[in-house]
Design a protein around this ligand. Structure first.
Ligand code: IVH
Length: 670
């Protein structure tokens, strides 16, 4: 490929296709690393040719400079809301009304879809390009959040046109949300960063969409389901046809959609959906029923705020009122002390809730939550129930202000608050609660997956002095187990077998299992891709770690601290001696010799183009960047080097000629 414009187009197509396959078809076609590589290449091209940057470029998804306020926009067609049907009778009444108002209403088809609990937004496309996005607002006017919506990868910045023509004007509406797993991760990050956790996924999505700095929005795991049409110069005969067309343009739709021919079918869909509610990745709060025929929708028309052709069947509430009987504290595997409210048992949406997390003392103080308070309790998916707020009006004077104790309830050591953290911790690293927690974590499903080694059994093994750290697990003898209460021969040998089986594991699982602070499942996978084995990771320098995409200073410090602790090294060695076999992902070939290094090229190169040079660096595990900083390892200069060479000199970054660069590679390859 010769022409830069063609190369840019090629890269954009590749990235857009990868996005489409990942987000819309749910069928990834390239690895994260390959995706990043394509994106970095495109960024470099755009940096070198700023005149070729367009608004629909995938590089725009990282956010842009902050704005001071959102502009108000007027929707070309108002975004309506929905009437609610609170029970079966109201749903039957709705169908009766619809039938009465249609000339041939006997055989109407209703389309049922989940009611997504997020925020309604509108996306405007002109000639296939995303030009504006807004919140629902009051339905008539909303806020212009174009730059924030641009960062959401499941929103196409340019409509796909291979399967279907692209209309001149197209307005698509849908719901932006954060899924439950990512919500939990986000809240964990919020707490780690001394920020308030979000009360539920919906608030997290709202908070993320209403950022004036779209670069923050870009870091939030927002997603979107599309479900309705605004202004457009294309029409459909049924809502189903519309929904089936959306993915062809590149929009994401919800798969749980069903055509219902009778009210009974509608009710059974609704009940089915409600029973599935906790198993879904995202929050829903009901079913939306819509008349399928667009012609019939037009005959039925709309009222002032809602259509006559649609209704929302609501699920049971997720918030209830209960009373705090007491506040207990839990000690986690890293010694973190978490206050937990003990509640009068209460049924919330079909689940009996007896405990709710209070996160930390700051949260208790901020929300002024007291023992004996009547409180609003909320549960969402499988997230630990939370206290939304105390009901001050119901206070009787019997309420007691709560303060964390000064000593750990498990080991009696001091409880300390770490500077700069909202959390309190037990100061004793040998606290039995921490010890048990770390063993439970090591054995857990996402870590070493020791089947049959549950929390109770770990407690028992520690309490009976059979084990006192993770490595001891590999040295348990059948006789030790047989001495335990309620342990038969069969269970004992099953446990030993599953410990044995777990010894062969992936590098990522093992790293996660070690319980290094800030290194969870995800980070385990990141590190697994960067390091060929445990030895290399143990010896990694701060610089090497910091240079990895997705690894920041906090993770770097955690890893370095972990491996500089004698006790941890001993445990790891003992595990290896006990038969641990780690399957690594990458080979330690000497072809990774640029790993952890960053190069900057400046001036015109003789033997290769700028992008070939970059490819070479990447091929051997390094990174090529366009600007010089203290983190740069080498600046390679060609003819007529520019200011980058000066900057390198100022910062003390090593400079080499193109010839030296080529020789360096040659010497490494021999
Ligand atoms: S259709 C005229 N479909 O529910 C039709 N809305 O209470 C209007 N919502 O503002 C919307 N999932 O934010 C529709 N599958 C779905 C929906 C849905 C969630 C939200 C939307 C709307 C609110 C109405």
């Amino acid at each position: 490929m010769t022409n830069v414009t063609d190369q840019i187009k090629y890269l954009k197509d590749q990235i857009n296709s990868a996005n489409y396959n990942y987000y819309i078809k749910d069928n990834p076609t390239i690895s994260d690393a390959e995706y990043d590589k394509l994106l970095r290449k495109l960024q470099q091209f755009e940096l070198d040719n700023p005149e070729l940057i367009t608004d629909d470029s995938p590089t725009k998804r990282v956010g842009s400079t902050p704005i001071s306020k959102f502009n108000t926009i007027t929707h070309s067609i108002p975004l309506l809301s929905l009437d609610n049907a609170m029970n079966e009778e109201e749903l039957r009444n709705f169908i009766t009304r619809v039938k009465k108002n249609l000339p041939d209403g006997k055989n109407i088809q209703i389309i049922a879809e989940p009611k997504i609990d997020g925020l309604a937004v509108e996306l405007v496309y002109k000639d296939g390009v995303f030009i504006q996005g807004s919140t629902r607002g009051n339905g008539i006017t909303g806020e212009d959040i174009t730059e924030n919506l641009r960062t959401i990868k499941s929103i196409p910045l340019r409509l796909r046109s291979d399967k279907i023509p692209v209309p001149q004007t197209l307005e698509i509406r849908g719901e932006v949300y954060i899924d439950v797993v990512n919500f939990k991760k986000l809240n964990k990050q919020q707490l780690n960063n001394e920020k308030q956790p979000f009360a539920n996924p919906r608030n997290a999505a709202a908070g993320s969409l209403r950022q004036l700095d779209s670069r923050i929005t870009a870091t939030r795991p927002l997603n979107m389901f599309c479900y309705s049409l605004g202004k457009s110069d294309i029409s459909f005969s049924t809502h189903l046809e519309f929904l089936q067309t959306l993915p062809k343009w590149g929009f994401r739709t919800n798969p749980l959609v069903k055509i219902c021919n009778t009210v009974d079918e509608m009710i059974s869909f609704h009940n089915d959906l409600e029973s599935k509610r906790d198993t879904l990745d995202y929050e829903i709060d009901g079913t939306v029923f819509k008349v399928n025929s667009i012609e019939m929708q037009n005959i039925l028309g709309v009222k002032s705020r809602s259509p006559r052709w649609a209704i929302a069947g609501k699920f049971k509430a997720r918030q209830e009122i209960s009373q705090i009987i007491d506040i207990e504290i839990g000690v986690g595997r890293t010694g973190v002390i978490t206050p937990v409210a003990l509640l009068k048992p209460i049924d919330i949406g079909g689940v009996t809730v007896t405990h709710a997390t209070l996160h930390n003392q700051d949260e208790i103080d901020r929300k002024d939550i007291r023992i004996n308070d009547w409180v609003i309790v909320q549960r969402a998916g499988d997230v630990i129930p939370q206290i939304v707020k105390s009901i001050i009006e119901r206070r009787t004077g019997e309420e007691k202000i709560y303060k964390l104790p000064e000593t750990c309830p498990v080991c009696n050591s001091h409880i300390i608050k770490i500077e700069g953290e909202a959390k309190h911790r037990c100061a004793n690293i040998n606290c039995i609660a921490q010890l048990k927690g770390s063993i439970k974590h090591f054995a857990s499903k996402n870590a070493m997956d020791i089947v049959g080694l549950g929390d109770k059994l770990v407690d028992q093994l520690v309490d009976e002095n059979i084990i006192s750290n993770i490595a001891d697990l590999y040295y348990i003898k059948i006789d030790d187990l047989l001495k335990m209460e309620r342990m038969g021969e069969k269970s004992a040998s099953n446990l030993l077998q599953s410990i044995e089986k777990s010894k062969t594991t992936t590098f990522a699982r093992f790293l996660h299992g070690l319980g290094i602070r800030n290194v969870g499942r995800f980070m385990g996978k990141v590190l697994e891709k960067e390091f060929p084995d445990l030895e290399t990771l143990k010896n990694a320098t701060e610089e090497q770690l910091n240079n990895i995409d997705g690894v920041g200073q906090i993770v770097t410090n955690s890893i370095i601290n972990f491996f500089s602790e004698e006790k941890n090294l001993e445990a790891v060695n003992k595990l290896i001696d006990g038969g641990l076999k780690i399957q690594t992902l990458i080979q330690n070939k000497n072809e990774d010799f640029f790993s952890g290094m960053t190069f900057v090229f400046t001036g015109s190169l003789e033997t290769m183009t700028r992008s070939e040079a970059k490819e070479l660096v990447e091929k051997y595990g390094g990174k090529a960047s366009s600007s010089v900083s203290k983190k740069t390892d080498y600046v390679v200069i060609g003819a007529n080097p520019g200011s980058k060479a000066d900057k390198a000199e100022k910062l003390g970054v090593k400079i080499m000629s193109e010839k030296e660069f080529n020789e360096l590679i040659k010497s490494k390859l021999i």
